[in-house]
Design a binder for this molecule. Structure first.
Ligand SMILES: *Cc1c(COP(=O)(O)O)cnc(C)c1O
Length: 376
């Protein structure tokens, strides 16, 4: 490879684990796997190729641009750009590349119709707002929408989408139930005119926990990549058998001694309580290792956990390797994943997310976007 990389750290993507996660979700014909945002940082094209081989028949991406890239790469699947098309140009591309782009409002209905030469059918999706409060038509707008669709007979609604705001939250089941009910009544109204319209409501959490709203298509995202949408809740075991797809490694750059009383890194937030052996490791906040993890996460080196110490730098972190056997320059520190020795646990994206007060989705996206990736 002739590219130049700014960090020696690396994302390892286990495409076998991705395939196994996908197979755990049931019949591919009922799945619209979500590969937006560069497949949650795992890489759009390698993930799409892997899911294609596993039998995927549909893909959900974020932008029209991602959808066009997939089509140009030869993918034949139904492709749904979840963010819709904002410009006439994007609607024209949606038509040309046969993307199933959601109509979000009456304005986008008009743009969609204009993208489509007379008498040609243009399959489109309908975004329904059932309680997320983001994109799409609300229940009271259904009559206007249906009238608009009848005015533009070239537009063929083939899919209705809505998104659950808290399907992962045991305390919010009443809200989720209300969203399910709203979606049912909105799609019933649409199906009175478009009887073959497919429906899609469930995300990963819904797919694992809401059998009443599977409909024709579910849209799993995080579970494809091994994350558990219920992490930290009483529902955790409902999605605990997925495998992490991404691991992140970084090499030891130097090993040094730190004498009792000496400090390390910016701000001197760590001072050695006794003589220590320290490894300097080549990853930092520019490569997704959040600076807020300073002094409060672990790494796996040579199969064993050791504490990260001192302020996280742009391209380096430090670890206390005093209790490990010999640690050498070039040894790999595993930021997430790796092979633990018996009795040791890997660090997971979920563990880092919990420490940071965020979700594994963000941790995966940031490591994936800022590191070179290798595929196994
Ligand atoms: C991201 C996204 C999903 C997938 O959500 P997960 O929680 O990752 O399963 C599904 N639908 C829409 C509209 C999304 O934006």
């Amino acid at each position: 490879m002739s590219e130049c990389f700014f960090s020696p750290s690396c994302c390892h993507i286990d495409l076998g684990a991705l395939t196994r996660n996908f197979f755990r979700m049931g019949d591919p014909s009922g799945l619209l796997p979500v590969i937006k945002s560069d497949a949650y940082g795992h890489g759009l094209m390698p993930v799409a190729r892997t899911l294609d081989k596993a039998g995927a028949q549909h893909f959900a991406v974020g932008t029209v641009s991602e959808g066009c890239a997939l089509r140009k790469a030869g993918f034949h699947q139904q492709i749904v750009p979840l963010l819709g098309a904002q410009t006439q140009e994007d609607w024209n591309l949606s038509f040309t590349y046969n993307l199933t782009t959601p109509i979000l409002d009456m304005e986008s209905l008009k743009l969609a119709a204009q993208a489509c030469p007379d008498h040609k059918d243009f399959p489109v999706a309908i975004a329904c707002n059932t309680g997320m409060g983001r994109l799409g038509f609300s229940a009271h707008e259904m009559p206007d929408l249906i009238e608009g669709l009848r005015r533009y007979p070239m537009l063929k609604p083939v899919l209705a989408l809505s998104h659950l705001a808290c399907a992962d939250m045991p305390d919010e089941t009443i809200y989720t139930l209300a969203q399910q009910e709203r979606f049912k009544s909105m799609t019933n109204a649409l199906r009175a005119f478009f009887p073959t319209l497919a429906r899609s409501l469930n995300n990963s959490a819904g797919l694992q926990n809401l059998p009443d709203s599977q409909y024709e298509l579910c849209r799993p995202g995080i579970t494809l990549y091994g994350g558990n949408p219920f992490a930290g809740t009483v529902w955790e075991s409902k999605a605990s058998d997925f495998e992490w797809v991404m691991s992140v490694s970084a090499p030891v750059l130097q090993v040094r001694k730190l004498k009792a009383g000496q400090s390390i890194s910016y701000g001197r937030i760590f001072t050695a309580p006794q003589d220590m052996t320290i490894a300097i490791i080549g990853i930092g906040y520019a490569s997704g290792f959040n600076r807020a993890l300073s002094n409060c996460s672990d790494l796996l080196i040579n199969g064993r956990r050791c504490p990260q110490i001192g302020r996280v730098c742009m391209g380096m972190i430090m670890a206390d390797v005093s209790r490990l056997g010999a640690t050498e320059v070039g040894d790999l520190a595993w930021i997430i994943g790796g092979q633990p020795e018996p009795g040791q646990r890997v660090v997971t994206a979920q563990e880092l997310a919990a420490e940071l007060g965020t979700i594994s989705y963000e941790v995966l996206c940031l490591f994936g976007m800022t590191n070179r990736r290798v595929y196994h």
